[in-house]
Design a binder for this molecule. Structure first.
Ligand SMILES: Nc1ncnc2c1ncn2[C@@H]1O[C@H](COP(=O)(O)OP(=O)(O)O)[C@@H](O)[C@H]1O
Ligand SMILES: [Mg+2]
Length: 488
């Protein structure tokens, strides 16, 4: 991390310094449990807890300085070394923006560069971020978000992990409203901006898909003329963003769209559902076969986006193709495949769900499941607002049309999905509804048979990823249940 003195932090954030600790912070944390000796602890008011209640804990874990919105005193009534600001999250943003400026300046002085890549879209951001970071780290020091950090707190935390030795900084950018991406783009000033897709994710909060397109396009609007916009030509709303940027535009397409500089030629998925294609780059370099280890045809676009961004950052085509062919899913619960000893295959994609990723996962289940009994274990897609019933109904219909063998719908919020599948399909007991995850567990434990292929998919907070993890353990027999209870 860039070394800021407490006085500089106060100046950059327009804050008031109380009790200068006299040393520069080594890390920035927003959770007191992550604090280590030398941390700057940012106390922000959260949804569930107020960070100001944990200042003492952060200092006892070694924090040297706190960024606070109101003064906090210890048991003896003494204040902690702190910078007092009106808004801790905005202060983090200001500090992150200054960190990026200093890294660029320091590197320019050394005769080297920092390349910042921003990635946004309704689905595939984290996957593309991981793929791109995988490629770039073969070329130079790369900093990318942990997990899915992509907001007004996650982006600064990622920036603070970068230093003057950082060659590439990859930033995932999420948005739940107009102006959010602009805020993040102004903070990190990307050289390369990737827009994956404009879907219905969070359509409720945004007030419609047109607004989502408006918001995601803020990334390409923020690019300078010497920057590069990597846009998905397979999505018409993204393709239309070419007119919203001064930067050079590189379109990518997995569907052979005219004008795509980055293309997947001869695209296919193999028997394991892994996408394969010949990568075509803007310089026309050929012979770049990519055989990905990710699961699902929908990843083709993410692979192309990562390839396009890496190419724009100067990575040779051979290195791009080689890296894309060797990487497996870097984050958990994304089309994560487990083979159980008894021949049941589990695909756990329940990190998150929106209509696009739900459709993509179900198509992959149908593809992979030829000749096998397929199960879709599905929970609600949250945050869809007024579109919720319609979107769940559409998924129920899709499950029937794809000839998925068994459907298990979990939780009341997903009931419309169950109802529509029943209406569409005149199913018997192939279509089941469970109120709770535990009920679903009992159903699966009783019914799964060797050879079954089971997909788990829902929004994060529904918790089906943990159900998938439990089902991935060896099945419970009355005897093993006994053994487990004696072990506990
Ligand atoms: N291009 C795509 N179209 C549809 N679904 C996708 C696409 N890319 C990824 N997904 C699915 O969306 C879910 C979230 O993927 P992730 O990479 O974490 O995206 P994000 O960070 O944008 O939420 C996963 O289930 C993944 O398989
Ligand atoms: Mg993400």
């Amino acid at each position: 991390m860039i070394a800021f003195t407490a006085a500089e932090i106060a100046e950059i954030t327009n804050g008031r310094l109380d009790a200068d600790p006299g040393i520069t912070p080594l890390s920035v944390v927003t959770d007191s449990r992550d604090a280590t000796p030398g941390s700057l602890y940012v106390a922000k008011p959260g949804e569930h807890a107020d960070g100001h209640d944990f200042v003492a804990a952060a200092f006892s874990a070694g924090a040297h300085l706190a960024l606070l919105e109101r003064p906090v005193a210890d048991a003896d009534g003494n204040g902690y070394p702190s910078v007092l600001v009106p808004d801790a999250v905005l202060a983090m943003g200001a500090l992150a923006a200054e960190a990026v400026r200093r890294i660029r300046a320091a590197r320019a002085e050394q005769g080297s560069e920092l390349t910042v890549v921003g990635i946004t879209g309704s689905a595939g951001k984290t996957t593309t971020k991981d793929l791109l970071a995988g490629i770039l780290s073969t070329q130079g020091q790369t900093v990318a978000p942990q997990g899915s950090y992509n907001g007004e707190v996650g982006v600064p935390l990622t920036v603070f992990r970068a230093g003057t030795d950082t060659r590439y900084l990859v930033i995932e950018m999420g948005a739940t409203g107009i102006g959010h991406i602009r805020y993040l783009a102004d903070m990190v000033r990307p050289d390369i901006g990737v827009v994956l897709a404009v879907g219905t994710a969070h359509a409720g909060e945004f007030g419609g898909v047109a607004n989502i397109a408006l918001a995601k396009g803020e990334l390409v609007e923020a690019l300078a003329a010497d920057g590069t916009a990597i846009i998905n030509l397979d999505d018409d709303r993204v393709a239309a963003m070419r007119s919203r940027t001064e930067a050079k535009v590189l379109g990518f397409s997995a569907e052979g769209r005219a004008g795509a500089a980055v293309q997947a030629l001869n695209p296919d998925t193999n028997a394991d559902g892994n996408p394969e294609f010949d990568l075509q780059l803007p310089d026309g370099e050929g012979g770049l076969h990519v055989s990905s280890r990710l699961i699902g045809a929908h990843h083709m676009g993410n692979l192309l986006a990562a390839a396009g961004a890496a190419w724009a950052a100067g990575v040779p085509g051979q290195d791009i193709a080689f890296s894309l062919s060797s990487q497996t899913a870097a984050s958990r619960w994304r089309m994560e495949r487990t083979e159980r000893a008894d021949g049941v295959t589990i695909i756990n994609d329940a990190y998150n769900a929106n209509p696009e990723s739900m459709r993509a996962a179900l198509r992959t289940l149908a593809d992979l499941g030829r000749g096998r009994r397929t199960w879709a274990v599905l929970g609600a897609m949250l945050e869809l607002g007024d579109d919720s019933i319609r979107e769940h109904t559409a998924v129920g219909t899709q499950v029937v049309r794809l000839n998925i063998s068994r459907l298990l719908v979990v939780g009341r919020e997903a009931r419309a999905l169950y109802v529509s599948a029943v209406q569409e399909g005149s199913w018997g007991d192939e279509c089941l509804f469970a109120e709770t995850v535990d009920e679903a567990y009992d159903v699966l434990n009783a019914e799964l048979e060797p050879g079954d292929l089971v997909l788990f998919k829902s929004s994060n907070s529904v918790g089906l990823r943990h159900l998938g993890d439990r089902i991935a353990l060896p099945p419970l027999t009355p005897q093993s249940a006994d053994e487990r209870s004696t072990l506990l």
